[in-house]
Design a protein around this ligand. Structure first.
Ligand SMILES: Nc1nc2c(ncn2[C@@H]2O[C@H](COP(=O)(O)OP(=O)(O)O)[C@@H](O)[C@H]2O)c(=O)[nH]1
Ligand SMILES: [Mg+2]
Length: 330
């Protein structure tokens, strides 16, 4: 691209050695590569494309559920368990209330630091507001950086609200939906509309007595059907856990590993990868259009806007005209 697009933050300098350093899992290089991935400045896209070519090895795990359901605590426990099995762990958190993004009580932060002091772990929190070029696009580019850095598993924590967040979590190979007891009348995640995307249902805080009811509710719902992810060859499980007491975490990692093996053996992995790629391409196309209309094509938009207001043209014709202009400039 010859010109700058929408108002963007300037991309950090990209030098040839950066990708090599990322692959060596150099922490500073990873952080710098992520900053590039989050920017839409010229030059950044080529770098992200190069990173993308190296990605595709990590098992990505999306963790969603309403705020307070225990996702961050679960991610921490899972991270420790994966490390104990010898795997390296990348973590991306898009929960604004997450301990990873600084919203935690002190105790949470101290326990977080245990994990973040480990060179086999890299934690990144994403801003939910003002993500350049869209949250889904930038988050998945950041996941690619961790993947290219050869983290074996990448855990993506997000609250299950908003289409972008749902898209991000669905772009993972394995989706965990976390439900906590006592947060609402029934299973709260229904309201967030994310129950149906679960590969594994995790009931958190099972050290609490009312957790049994949550487990029973979810199992009943599963029996009634309609809350699978469209993969009829995988039977969705409900797993009780207490991340706080480290109960059920080993079983959860086992279930995640079983799901991963199932994806590979059933051919569902390729199907899922195609779906993920489709979403990324569509999202990115939408981002490009939005950026162009807010940036380079602003004058063209304003010109056609006046015509449309004067009824010299209609919204559909005006939109098609703008798309043609954008296309010629790409
Ligand atoms: N009793 C109990 N509380 C938990 C457990 N896991 C998390 N919590 C608490 O639930 C609250 C929300 O946890 P957090 O992980 O930040 O939830 P998130 O908003 O979904 O990321 C915090 O006060 C945690 O200490 C658990 O296994 N048992
Ligand atoms: Mg959180």
């Amino acid at each position: 691209m010859a010109e700058t697009t929408a108002p963007t933050a300037s991309a950090p300098a990209v030098d040839d050695g950066l990708i090599a350093l990322v692959q060596e899992r150099n922490r500073k290089a990873i952080a710098r590569a992520m900053a590039v991935a989050e920017s839409t400045a010229p030059g950044a896209r080529q770098f992200v494309a190069a990173v993308h070519r190296l990605a595709g090895h990590a098992h990505t795990i999306g963790i969603t559920g309403v705020p307070g359901s225990g996702k961050s605590t679960m991610v921490r426990a899972l991270g420790q368990r994966f490390r104990a099995t010898g795997r390296t762990v990348g973590i991306v958190a898009i929960d604004p209330s997450s301990p990873f993004s600084g919203g935690a009580i002190l105790g949470d932060r101290i326990r977080m630091n245990e994990l973040s002091g480990d060179p086999g772990v890299f934690i990144r929190s994403m801003a939910t507001r003002g993500a350049l070029g869209g949250l889904a696009r930038s988050t998945l580019d950041v996941v690619d950086v961790l993947d290219a850095a050869r983290f074996d598993v990448v855990l993506i924590e997000t609250v299950g609200v908003g289409q972008d967040e749902v898209d991000v979590v669905q772009a993972a190979h394995t989706v965990l939906v976390v439900s906590a007891p006592g947060l609402g009348d029934e299973v709260q995640a229904i309201k967030a509309g994310v129950l149906e995307i679960a590969d594994i249902h995790v009931v958190s805080k099972c050290d609490k007595p009312d957790a049994r009811q949550t487990v029973a509710d979810l199992k009943a719902m599963l029996r009634l059907g309609g809350i699978g992810r469209g993969d009829t060859t995988w039977s969705v499980e409900v797993l009780p856990t207490s991340a706080q007491n480290r109960d059920g975490i080993d079983a959860l990692v086992d279930a995640i590993d079983r799901h991963r093996a199932h994806l590979a053996a059933s051919g569902e992995l390729e199907a899922r990868q195609r779906k993920i790629m489709e979403m990324r391409i569509v999202k990115t196309a939408e981002d490009i259009v939005r950026d162009e209309l807010g940036g380079r094509r602003r004058d063209a938009l304003h010109a056609v806007l006046s015509q449309a207001v004067a009824k010299d043209t209609d919204p559909y014709t005006a939109a098609r005209g703008l798309l043609r202009e954008i296309a010629t400039g790409l």
